[in-house]
Every structure is written in structure tokens, then in C-alpha cells.
Ligand binder design. Sequence first.
Ligand code: ADP
Ligand code: MG
Length: 262
Amino acid sequence: MAKVFAIANQKGGVGKTTSCVNLAASLVASQQRVLLIDLDPQGNATTGSGVDKLALEQSVYDVLVGHCEPAQAMQRSEHGGYDLLPANRDLTAAEVTLLDLPNKEQRLRQALAPIRGDYEFILIDCPPALSMLTINALVAADGVIIPMQCEYYALEGLSDLVNSIQRIGGLLNPQLKIEGILRTMYDGRIGLTNEVTAQLREHFGEALYDTTIPRNVRLAEAPSHGMPVLVYDKSSRGAKAYQALAGEVLARQRERTRRTPA
Ligand code: ADP
Ligand code: MG
């Protein structure tokens, strides 16, 4: 049964999409079967996976509103090696359309139920808002991975997200937990970074990943080639960081299965 992780932070530009695409590709490189769901109308994860968002016949929007099954909208990321449920601007309409549909918060969860057995990991790239789309992701997920930059205001926004996770967890998805906090665009030479890290460790304890993602221009260049950084420049610091993250995600998963054997 796939573990479903939502990559979420209501702030834009913190590295959600970059982390989603590159973690997906790095998990594939570790022999995992992965599905990436683009749940952002900007479609950046779709483009970054090498799929033309303007040429989609079906997208995750059609899946959410019940026009088609996930398999009919799915594409394969050629360079990433994972399956992709793509998105484009059509998804903007979902915010309104979903409101009139039954089980509006559970559409994604229900759509994924029949295909969870086909993957080890399903990663959901969330839009930069606590919207109905993000709620669908949080209801479908087992855990939330929160990418963040270690800056002064980062912690402030984080408490809104954590509150939403707790609220949604309490109401609609009791087993939802914070899977991991990921420090992105990280520079350990900056004093503030260490201060924020200390606060994160105090607040989130073990959920804080040891792996940090450095600022690396190769990570910013790769999406315009429709490639994960692992393919675009395998020896870059960015590629190594995301491989280390995949290793840490897998280690946590192994530890969990060891503690609760099926
Ligand atoms: P989000 O999905 O949270 O809005 P993105 O992943 O799209 O954030 O990242 C925002 C911008 O920063 C993009 O242009 C991306 O290429 C760039 N970026 C993300 N992570 C890094 C990094 N570690 N080093 C350099 N650039 C990065
Ligand atoms: Mg994004």
C-alpha cells in the first residue's frame, strides 16, 4: 500500500514543487514505484516532469470532478521515471466546482483508493494556499512534508499550517501526521538559519529531516529541461541532497514497518 505524502506550505516559493519532483525521481532511483500528483493550477510539477501542460486531454481536474479515472489522465515522466497526474489552469475551476459536489473534501482520497496498491509512494504537490485543493490533499494523505526556508517569518506561517493539519486531522483524517520538515535553500553559514533550526528541532523534534537542501542553481535550471536534477546534473549538490532525502524518507519508512509489522 502506497504511503501518501502531501508536500505543503501555504507560502509560495519555498521549494514545494522542486522537492516533490526531485524526491519522486530520487525514490524511483531507489527502485520505488512512485506517483506524483500535481495539485497546483500553475502546473509547475507537470512542466518540471517534462509534460506539456497546455496539451493535456485529461488532468487531475477531471479526476477530482469525476469525469475520468486516474489511469485515464495519467502520464509518465520520461526522465523522472514516475507516473504523473498532471495539472494546468483548468484546476482553478476546481475550487468552485468542488463546492457543489458530494464529499468535496474527500474526492482525491476516493479517487486514489483503487490505485494505492500500485505504488510505494504517492507525492502530492500542493498549491500555495490552504484551499479546497490543499484540503483534498491533506485528507488523502498519511503525512505532510513541509518544505521551508529558514528565515524569520517562516515559523509564523508554519503555525497556521500546523493548525490546519490538526483541524483536518481531527475532523476528516485522524491518522494525518507531520511526516517531515525539510529545510530548503539552506545556508548553514547564516546565523539566523541556526537559530531557526534550533527552534524547529525544539518544536518538531524527530520530524525535522537531518538532510538539508542547499541553494543550488542546477535545481533551478532542471525544470526548464523537463528533468529532475538527478538526470540534468547527477553530480550537483542539489542532486546529492535529494538522494540523501530519499534515503532518509526510506529509512523512516523501514523503521515504521519494523515497529508495526503487518
Ligand atoms: P514552491 O513550489 O513552494 O512555490 P518552487 O519549488 O517552485 O517553490 O521553488 C521556487 C523557485 O526557487 C523556483 O524557481 C525554483 O527553481 C527555485 N528553487 C527551489 N529550490 C531551490 C534550491 N534549493 N536552490 C536554488 N533554487 C531553488
Ligand atoms: Mg509549486
